[in-house]
Design a protein around this ligand. Sequence first.
Ligand SMILES: Cc1cc2nc3c(=O)[nH]c(=O)nc-3n(C[C@H](O)[C@H](O)[C@H](O)COP(=O)(O)OP(=O)(O)OC[C@H]3O[C@@H](n4cnc5c(N)ncnc54)[C@H](O)[C@@H]3O)c2cc1C
Length: 423
Amino acid sequence: MRDLFAVGANDLHLDADVIVAGAGPVGLSLAVALQAKGHRVMVVEALDALSDEARASTFHPPTLEMFGEWGVLSEVLAKGRAITHLQFWERETRELVADFPYALIAGDTSCPFRLQCPQSVVTRLLRPRREALGGSILFGHEVVSATSDLVAGHATVRAQTSQRIRTFRARYVVGADGSKSRVRESLGLTLTGTTYPDRFLLVGTDIDFAPIFPGMGPVSYVFDPREWVIVMHLPDVVRVVFRLGSDDANATDDAIKDEASVRARIARFVGREVAYGIQSVSTYSVHQRVAERFRDGRVLLAGDAAHINNPAGGMGMNSGIHDAHVLANAIDQALSTGDERPLDAYADTRRAVAVDGVQKASDASYRDLVARETAAREARNRSLRESASDPAKARAYLLRASMLEERIAPRASTVVAAHAGAP
Ligand SMILES: Cc1cc2nc3c(=O)[nH]c(=O)nc-3n(C[C@H](O)[C@H](O)[C@H](O)COP(=O)(O)OP(=O)(O)OC[C@H]3O[C@@H](n4cnc5c(N)ncnc54)[C@H](O)[C@@H]3O)c2cc1C
């Protein structure tokens, strides 16, 4: 590792090559990726421990490939549940609309499945990987500002502890401090876009859906014009997401989360009384927002600090981890050569992916789920059925849903088979 940290060539004391604000999945991924390339990284986290909030649980194939590169894939796979089919159902008729088998993308990725695993479990696997590479987390340090000094060639972070304000310097600072990012705020940037009017209810439970929806796979999107539902089976919990309808418009969050109300909602969904336990209940709103810029001099943004979107389809954290992958390479090049153009390329390409890729895809999946008019619902179901029944279309669908869109070009073998008139 290069010796930048005591007193540098220009007598500048640096605490690290890179300071990462936030020990969420994106900050820890970035830290592991940079440390694996030999850079010294300081992670500064406001909480006193890693967050255990029930949020993301879907990991798509490219993210799993990155975990392979960073040496944590086998641990992550061991803690998650590999999902081999993606299903869409109609709630009222209990009809299976479409089933997409991930085996169709076996030639496109080394991980042809989607993994369900809580993000709070994955951060607890990234942390020891970082420690093995020689890094710890400064817990209880809330970043209050981040500034870039282009002339002096460093960036400065100020962090509030329970006792005092501490100041740290590094060549670069990355704000991976989530949607309310203080780093972004310091740069005078906001997340611009929209907030959907709906609220959502997330229940962690142990319901066995097999007798209720015979044939239902472990991840199923259940369409309903009033109250659609997503069912996701994780290793230790079944997560059920309800989109709250107009009947709930005036209910407070506390009323929605009240146990009797949750049980009544689940009873309406399953259509009969069943015994089950409830592990967690939370409500959330959905935003589609992106920062104006992802870079200001020596300060950069990644993950939810830079972009947030509808979680249905599971693209927010995944795209943040993809930011970390691209940014680690860009910072590595900038630190090694002094050429900062890769940092601009990071900021431009990842913002374009957020705006033109993730925001559009997550908005489309939201609109599919909330479609109310009969014609729109029939068109959606027809399109899904057509895609699922044609292997080439089903593969393209799964590549898009798996964030592998750039691999959609037909495989050589498919082209040859098509010309040979093979089925
Ligand atoms: C219900 C729900 C389900 C979701 N499901 C999925 C899914 O299945 N797949 C998916 O891809 N995405 C999903 N998402 C989105 C996903 O949770 C986020 O995109 C992801 O958490 C972003 O990671 P991050 O590291 O950027 O930010 P965060 O996870 O928010 O982590 C930020 C970290 O920074 C810390 N921090 C905050 N402020 C400061 C500060 N000032 N100083 C220092 N530290 C600070 C926080 O304590 C936290 O540890 C879901 C979201 C919700 C709400």
